[in-house]
Design a protein around this ligand. Structure first.
Ligand code: TXA
Ligand code: MG
Length: 335
C-alpha cells in the first residue's frame, strides 16, 4: 500500500478515507494517533494489524464534540464536569458503555470505553469530516515510543496505512491523562498533562493515582490493559539519572554512550554535541522532546547506552518520569 502524505489542508479528504474504512494517522496535541472508523469492525481490525497491537488492549475513541459520544456511554455528572473543564484537551475519560453500543474489538471485552476530545483543530476537522467517532491509539508500532512527528509515524507505518496528516511536531509530547470515571473513586490510569491536582480541584473529591510509586509498591494492579505491556521502549539500553549525579555520570560514560538532559545539566557534563540531546530549559520542553530523542538515538548505529535525566515529580513531571521509567525498564544510574 502507498501511504499518502497529507497536510492540514486535506482534512476533508482524510475524513473521506476514514469513512471508506481506511486507516489514517492524524495529529493531536499530545502524540500522533492512528485513526479508523470506530463503528466499522473491519477498519478497526486494520489498526490492530498496522500497530501489531494485542487484541485485549482496548482502543480509545476520539470525537470532535460531546454530542458524538452521547449514544455510546452513560455520562455521570462528574464526568460532565471534567469534559466542561478539560475538553478539548489532553484528558481521556473512561465511562460505562450503554449495552451493545460499542464493538468488542474496540473495548477488548470491557464494559467501559475511553473517550478523548483533542485540542488539535485538524484532528477535530478530520473527525467532523468522517462523521463518526474514530479509534485513536498512538500511531507507533506497539511497544515503541509514541510518535511526536509525522516522520516518526512514517518510520513505523509507511506502506501499512492509507495516509498520514502532517501538522508538525506535537505540543505536549506524551499521551493524554487517562482517568477512570466508571467506579466510585475517580482513578488516574495514566498520568499526562492534566494533573491529579487539576482533576481534584474540578471534581472537589480525592482522585486516586494508580500509577504513583506508592500504589505500585502496594501492588495495585494496572487497570489500563495497555500499561501492563512493555511500552515506550527503544531497543537500546536506557538508564535514567538524577541531575545531582551528573559529574559521577560523566566519569562513568563509555565513548559510545549518549545523554539526554536539560541545558544546565549538559553544561555541567560538557560532552561533544553529537553525544547529547537537549531537553531544553523547562519541564514542558523536556516532555515535548523525550520521545523524539529516544527514537533518534535508537536509530543511530553507533550509540551505546542512552542516559536520560529525570525531572522533579511534580505536575507534568509525573507524566514525564512515568514514560521515562517505562522506556528504561525502571533502570537507574547509581553511584
Ligand atoms: O494522547 C492520547 O491519548 C493518544 C492520542 C493519539 O490521542 N492516544 C493514545 O492511545 O495514547 P493508546 O491506545 O496508545 O493508549 C490508550 C490507553 C491504553 O493504555 C489502553 O489500555 C487504555 O488507554 N484504555 C483504553 N480503553 C480503556 C478502558 N476501557 N479501560 C481501561 N483502560 C483503557
Ligand atoms: Mg500507545
Amino acid at each position: 500500500m502507498e501511504t499518502a502524505l497529507l497536510t492540514t489542508q486535506d482534512a476533508q479528504y482524510a475524513g473521506e478515507l476514514l469513512k471508506a474504512g481506511e486507516v489514517v494517522a492524524f495529529p493531536t496535541e499530545t502524540v500522533y494517533g492512528l485513526g479508523a472508523d470506530a463503528t466499522n469492525d473491519l477498519a478497526v481490525k486494520k489498526v490492530f494489524v498496522a500497530k501489531n497491537r494485542p487484541a485485549d488492549n482496548p482502543l480509545i475513541m476520539t470525537v470532535a464534540d460531546v454530542e458524538q459520544l452521547a449514544s455510546f456511554v452513560t455520562i455521570s455528572e462528574s464526568a460532565r464536569q471534567l469534559m466542561a473543564a478539560f475538553w478539548p484537551g489532553s484528558l481521556t475519560i473512561i465511562m460505562p458503555i450503554k449495552p451493545g453500543q460499542v464493538s468488542m474489538l474496540v473495548t477488548g471485552g470491557l464494559q467501559t470505553v475511553a473517550f478523548r476530545l483533542p485540542a488539535n483543530e485538524t484532528a477535530r476537522a478530520i473527525i467532523r469530516a468522517a462523521g463518526v467517532p474514530i479509534v485513536g491509539p498512538s500511531a507507533n508500532t506497539s511497544g515503541k515510543p509514541s510518535p511526536t512527528t509525522a516522520q516518526h509515524v512514517w518510520h513505523d507505518m509507511q506502506g501499512r496505512i492509507a495516509a498520514i496528516v502532517d501538522d508538525g511536531p506535537t505540543e505536549v509530547g506524551v499521551e493524554s491523562t487517562v482517568i477512570d470515571m466508571s467506579t466510585d473513586t475517580p482513578t488516574i490510569l495514566r498520568p499526562g498533562a492534566v494533573t491529579q491536582q487539576q482533576l481534584e480541584a474540578v471534581l472537589q473529591q480525592p482522585v486516586f493515582d494508580a500509577t504513583s510509586t506508592e500504589s505500585v509498591a502496594n501492588h495495585v494492579t494496572p487497570k489500563a490493559p495497555g500499561m501492563k505491556y512493555r511500552h515506550y521502549a527503544p531497543d537500546k539500553n536506557v538508564l535514567m539519572f538524577d541531575p545531582l549525579d551528573a559529574l559521577a555520570l560523566k566519569s562513568a560514560l563509555a565513548a559510545e554512550d549518549v545523554v539526554m538532559a536539560q541545558d544546565e545539566t549538559l553544561a555541567t557534563l560538557n560532552l561533544p554535541l553529537t553525544r547529547t540531546w537537549s531537553l531544553g530549559a523547562t519541564l514542558d520542553s523536556a516532555t515535548e522532546q523525550l520521545f523524539a530523542g529516544l527514537r533518534y538515538y535508537d536509530e543511530s548505529p553507533d550509540v551505546g547506552t542512552i542516559y536520560v535525566e529525570k525531572m522533579p515529580p511534580i505536575g507534568l513531571g509525573k507524566a514525564y518520569n512515568n514514560r521515562l521509567a517505562k522506556a528504561a525498564g525502571n533502570q537507574e544510574f547509581t553511584l
